[in-house]
Ligand binder design. Structure first.
Ligand SMILES: *Cc1c(COP(=O)(O)O)cnc(C)c1O
Length: 366
C-alpha cells in the first residue's frame, strides 16, 4: 500500500496544482484488488475512480467508496436506473445511446451524470472525431448533452499509441481539442476534459487538461518496455510469492512434467511450488523463466502445470520445504520483474500478467 501511495505522489508531482486525478481500478484494480486500491486512492486524495463495467462500479459503491466513479465501457441503457441509484457516471459514446439513456432515466426519475466519449483515433468507442466528421459529431454531442435526465459533466478521449508515437498522439489530441471547441461554439462547455492515460501522463503534460487518467503507472509499471524508467520514480506495488511445497532428489535422466520437455542432465534437487497456470502463472513460462530464492535463480524445469511447477534448486542447498520463492518482484539481491516475464515468447505486456493473476492467489495488503 505504501508503494501505491508512493506512485500516486510521484504522479501527482508531475501534474500542476488543480489538475484532477482519476485512478483506474478496472479489472479488479489491475489484479491488485479493486476495493483496497480504490480505498487507498480515496484516502490519498484522488478525485475520481475509473472502471470498465457496471458490476465493477457497484462493487466499489457497496464497499463504501464515495468518490465519483466513471464507467469507461458499455452499460446497457436498461441499467440507467442502477447508474442513477448508485450515483455512477457513464461514458456516453453516441447519440443513439444518449437518447436511450435519457429515455430510461426519465422513466425512473433522477439525473444521470455522463462524460461524452470521443473517438479521435482509437476506433473503439465514441463520437467520431476525424476531421471530416467533426461538424456532425459536434452537433450530435450538443443534442446529447441537452437531453432531459442527463447531466454532461465531462468529455474525454483515449489515446491508442501514447506509449510509442508522439505524432499519432498529437493527431488525436488535436482532434479532441477541435471537437471541444466546436461544441463550445455551439454553446456548451464541459467542466472535466480528460485524455491522459499513463503514457501521456508521463510524456505529454500538454494533454492533462482538467484531469489525468492513469492506470498501470499507479501500480508501478510502465505502459511499454521501450519507455524510459527515468520518467518517474515508480515502484511495483505487487509481489507474487510462493512457498516450496516439497523438495525432492531426482536422478539424472528423469523427464520433468507433462510432455517430457526437460530431461535432467544431472542428479538434481527439485522444489515443487504449488503455483501454476490456474493461478495465472503462465504455461508459456515453461522452461523459460526462473523464480528467486534469496536472490538466487531457480529455473523452471519442464512445463508449468495447472496447480504446480518444478524448479531446479540443485545449486541452492538452503532451499527446503516452506522456503519462499519470489515469482514477480525483487528481494534486494535479485529481481524477477513482471516486464521480463512478459517479454518471454509469446510476448505479452505487464498489464496482462497482472490482471490474470487469479482469485486463488490470496492478496495480502501490507
Ligand atoms: C485502461 C484505460 C486507461 C488507463 O490506461 P493505462 O495505460 O493503464 O494508464 C485510461 N483510459 C481508458 C479509457 C482506459 O480504458
Amino acid at each position: 500500500m505504501e508503494k501505491l501511495a508512493h506512485n500516486y505522489h510521484a504522479l501527482r508531482g508531475l501534474t500542476p496544482y488543480g489538475t484532477k486525478f482519476m485512478g483506474l481500478v478496472k479489472a479488479d484494480g489491475y489484479g491488485h484488488g479493486a476495493v483496497p486500491m480504490a480505498k487507498k486512492l480515496e484516502e490519498l486524495g484522488a478525485d475520481y475512480l475509473g472502471v470498465a463495467s457496471l458490476d465493477e462500479a457497484i462493487e466499489l459503491r457497496e464497499a463504501g467508496l464515495k468518490l465519483p466513479i466513471l464507467i469507461l465501457g458499455c452499460t446497457p441503457a436498461l441499467y440507467a436506473g442502477e447508474l442513477v441509484q448508485y450515483n455512477i457516471t457513464q461514458a456516453c459514446y453516441d447519440l443513439e445511446y444518449a437518447k436511450a439513456l435519457s429515455a430510461q432515466v426519465q422513466k425512473g426519475g433522477g439525473e444521470l451524470c455522463i462524460h461524452i466519449q470521443c473517438d479521435t483515433g482509437m476506433t473503439r468507442l465514441g463520437f467520431l472525431c476525424q476531421e471530416d466528421c467533426q461538424d456532425r459529431s459536434a452537433r450530435e454531442i450538443l443534442e446529447a448533452v441537452k437531453l432531459p435526465g442527463l447531466k454532461a459533466e465531462g468529455i474525454f478521449t483515449h489515446f491508442a499509441q501514447s506509449d510509442t508515437s508522439e505524432e499519432a498522439t498529437m493527431v488525436q489530441f488535436d482532434r479532441f481539442l477541435a471537437i471541444i471547441e466546436k461544441v463550445k461554439a455551439l454553446g456548451y462547455t464541459f467542466s472535466l476534459r480528460h485524455c491522459a492515460n499513463s503514457a501521456a501522463t508521463l510524456l505529454y503534460p500538454a494533454t492533462y487538461l482538467d484531469m489525468v487518467r492513469p492506470g498501470i503507472v499507479l501500480y508501478g509499471h510502465l505502459p511499454d518496455v521501450s519507455m524510459d524508467p527515468g520518467l518517474c520514480d515508480l515502484q511495483p506495488v505487487l509481489e507474487l510469492k510462493s512457498r516450496v511445497g516439497t523438495v525432492r532428489q531426482v536422478p539424472a535422466g528423469a523427464q520433468v512434467s507433462y510432455g517430457g520437455t526437460f530431461t535432467l542432465a544431472r542428479d538434481s534437487r527439485l522444489a515443487v511450488l504449488p503455483v501454476g497456470y490456474g493461478d495465472g502463472y503462465r504455461r508459456a513460462f515453461s522452461n523459460q523463466l526462473s523464480v528467486l530464492f534469496d536472490g538466487q535463480k531457480a529455473p523452471i524445469l519442464g512445463r508449468v502445470c495447472m496447480d504446480m511447477c518444478m524448479v531446479d534448486v540443485t545449486d541452492i542447498p538452503e532451499v527446503e520445504e516452506g522456503s519462499v520463492a519470489i515469482l514477480y518482484g525483487s528481494d534486494g539481491k535479485g529481481e524477477q520483474s513482471v516486464e521480463m516475464a512478459a517479454s518471454l515468447p509469446p510476448a505479452t505486456i505487464s498489464y496482462e500478467l497482472l490482471v490474470t493473476i487469479t482469485k486463488r492467489i490470496p492478496r495480502v495488503y501490507l
